[in-house]
Design a protein around this ligand. Sequence first.
Ligand SMILES: [Zn+2]
Length: 332
Amino acid sequence: MNEQQNEKQPFKFDLKDQKTRLLLVAIACLIVIAITVLSSVKDANADNTSDGDIGTLSIIDAESSGGAPAPDNKTPENVSMELHVLDVGQGDGMYITCGDKNIVIDAGENGNDEFVCNYLKEQGVKTIDLVIATHQHSDHIGGLDTVIKTFDCKGFMMPEVPENMIPNSVAYEKFMKAVDKKKVPYIQPCTGDIYDFDGVKMYIYDDGRGGEDLNSSSVIVKFVCGKNSFLLMADAEKSEENRIMARGYDLKSDVLKIGHHGSSKATGEKFLDAVNPQYIAISCGANNDYGFPHREIKAMLREKGIKYFRTDLVSTIVFKSDGKNITVTTAR
Ligand SMILES: [Zn+2]
């Protein structure tokens, strides 16, 4: 009875049967074709993401891989980086150079256009590989419209925030007009992304999404130059610091550009201990209306013995790294 049933089955799996052997050969051929097609698609994608225009983009999806970005074991021989915390009065403005690449992060209020552009020209800047508008407040983006107009910019980053958070300000309008007019491509910041600028890695620690206001929707980046690192907090306050800490990122950095001009709403003690910086830069205006940097912050830094520099007292601060050591100079 059983034998009879088996004989009636049309595709009985028997290697001695010629039909079965043909079927197996066909399946094997299909698998080979599928693997060939998939690998060529993968190669094409890799080509797309490494055109080198704004550094090689590689993504580490830190959240889905369950941890912090992998530490970079390779320490390139010839990495170098400079961080210039510009004296833009009450606001933020920074110029960063990594090898031959130039990055500008914010440029203070509108009235600083000339100072920032002249400073960049003095440094020999012609092309800016990336402009980061950390968030839409005028004390950060105000001077950027002229920077965009004056230099050849390869791309700009700005956090994506809900429509109702976007300020109805002249600074924002001018900035958007400038990037539109010069057709500067928008680069979406994404938490966990890593960019390479001549061997210096830029990690996006927070893309600003999920912030309750513009300050806590700041783009936060960490630069790693060989053994040295720089964490730039824009106007992030404690809620955004907590978001980063919750991700388990490696916060330890040699230099910290302190959050929100030294406001006591930023730089929680736990966060500062995790960063454990050698130097801190505070960008704030002389006798500013907000009392930045706040007394509590200054007291905490003194207590922990962390050396800090204020743009209102020493003007522009320049940190230089050769991948091993950092030197600091100030304009006065
Ligand atoms: Zn600000």
